[in-house]
Ligand binder design. Structure first.
Ligand code: CLF
Ligand code: SF4
Length: 465
């Protein structure tokens, strides 16, 4: 979720290093006090060798591996066609990588920029809504380079159950985006959250998210991770609440607070952008940091990076240039086409719940076309009986869906969602109620844009690096 920098001005889209990403003397004074006796030598070392946790870490570089496409909530400052905006600027899309491609990119970048000591997963969706891809990438990287800092940024909804797996994978630095601790505010920011097989709307959804974020924060701190909290400052919505928020975050053990200006350019197509929600001024960002700084150390050199950012903060390297230095791989049939399963009741629309499907229509998508294949028969997953039976049905269904890379359906529970992901299948409800053809065409465009699908020409193949 990270990208080139913007200024804090309402219209600002300036170059790296300008605007609020540049640390002022005032804001520097609000940062972590490294001589604080409460900080252990280990914590000071982890802070000063991470470019985001301390300006002292500026000599080190980070790489983001964009391996996590799905998200389990909707934020009003996000357009899901682009990267997660919880750390990054909206309106930018990163090419998705598989875990193996991500680890490979890290090795190549490390060879070129040896100071790359932080590997972050920050999107393009929420890393913990894609736990299998996120954990597989982190573990592969850690095997290659055991001394690297592993860093994850999340909205926090699925954090509590992932703290132990993240810890085991070696994650030392964690960012949670928490914009409020009051559901009356949260319902103005999050139209829905998808939790426990249900889409929760309004205040109920916001309260669930807040409860899960705070419980996850507490557990991550207890597990020894250095937790930074990002807050998107939204004038008229959460600006009056920042001091109370930071007080709560401090009490839960967060180490650092990164208050980021909302970016709401209508061109990005976000709800806030389209409804005229204004961005904060530089003075408002500064005032919020001062208010929160009475409780917690403040980060003020954030660059709002892309989900595929590479290099020193504010000096991202050009991925196309990097790709051009690699010899293009040969492309297999698997790389030039994907099999997609569609759940459809009507046979016209993508209108069936994954759990109710007894048959999936199957399509092979290439960069040049879409062709129908034989349907796959499965056992209905949801029949309201006990979980063990459902689990064994899921195993059989996974076999029936062998070779499928994407499943399009109208709805799906989180358990089968995760089971699919663990088997390398990406479920999606993004095209719910679309015509099948329309949904497939949009998926095709997305796969081409993300570099996951390309025509068999060497000039295109190098983009996939
Ligand atoms: Fe990336 Fe985020 Fe880790 Fe840094 S970024 S996952 S903590 S390695 Fe850093 Fe970029 Fe700001 Fe994020 S400058 S957007 S705070
Ligand atoms: Fe977008 Fe919010 Fe999900 Fe990030 S967490 S991808 S900002 S909806």
């Amino acid at each position: 979720m990270e990208q080139t920098h913007t200024s804090c001005t309402p219209t600002g889209h300036t170059q790296a290093g300008n605007g609020c990403g540049s640390q002022t003397n005032d804001s520097a004074a609000l940062g972590l006090q490294l001589d604080d006796p409460k900080l252990s030598a280990d914590v000071v070392n982890k802070v000063t060798t991470h470019p985001c946790y301390s300006p002292e870490g500026h000599k080190y570089a980070r790489i983001h591996l964009p391996v996590a496409p799905a998200c389990n909530i909707q934020c009003n400052y996000c357009n899901r066609k682009f990267d997660c905006s919880n750390e990054s600027r909206p309106g930018v899309v990163s090419k998705l990588l598989s875990p193996a491609q991500g680890a490979d990119r890290f090795s190549k970048v490390k060879a070129r920029i040896p100071q790359t000591n932080v590997v972050g997963i920050a999107g393009p969706g929420d890393p913990l809504a894609n736990p299998a891809a996120t954990l597989a990438t982190l573990k592969t990287v850690a095997r290659t380079e055991p001394d690297v800092h592993l860093c994850v940024s999340t909205n926090g909804l699925a954090l509590l159950e992932q703290v132990e797996p993240l810890k085991s994978a070696g994650v030392s630095h964690l960012t949670i985006t928490i914009n409020c601790i009051d559901a009356a505010i949260g319902e103005k920011i999050y139209p829905w959250v998808f939790y426990n097989h249900k889409r929760l709307r309004g205040r109920q959804g916001a309260q669930t998210l807040i409860d899960r974020q705070l419980a996850g924060l507490q557990a991550a701190v207890a597990a020894g991770m250095l937790v930074k909290v990002n807050t998107v400052l939204i004038p008229g919505i959460n600006d009056h609440h920042i001091e109370a928020l930071s007080q709560e975050l401090k009490s839960y053990g967060a180490l650092l607070h990164n208050i980021m200006p909302l970016i709401s350019d209508p061109a990005h197509g976000t709800y806030f952008g389209l409804t005229g929600q204004r961005q904060p001024t530089e003075d408002e960002v500064s005032a919020a940091r001062q208010a929160a700084g009475t409780n917690m150390a403040q980060m003020s050199h954030c660059q709002q990076c892309r989900a595929d950012a590479v290099g020193h903060l504010g000096q991202d390297i050009d991925l196309n240039e990097l790709a051009a230095t690699q010899s293009p791989p040969t492309q297999s049939d698997e790389e030039s086409s994907v099999l997609v399963a569609v759940a459809s009741k009507s046979g016209v629309l993508i209108d069936q719940h994954f759990g109710y499907a007894e048959s999936f229509a199957v399509y092979r998508i290439t960069a040049d076309g879409i062709e129908q294949r034989e349907p796959r028969q499965v056992s209905k997953y949801c029949v309201g009986d006990d979980c063990d039976v459902a689990e064994s049905r899921m195993d059989a269904n996974l076999q029936a869906l062998s070779g499928i890379k994407h499943v399009l359906c109208s709805r799906i529970g989180i358990t089968p969602w995760q089971a699919l992901e663990q088997h390398g299948v990406t479920p999606s409800t993004e095209y719910a109620l679309f015509g099948i053809e329309d949904g497939l065409e949009q998926l095709q465009a997305q796969l081409i844009d993300s570099g996951s699908l390309s025509p068999q020409s060497t000039s295109d193949i190098k983009e996939a690096m």
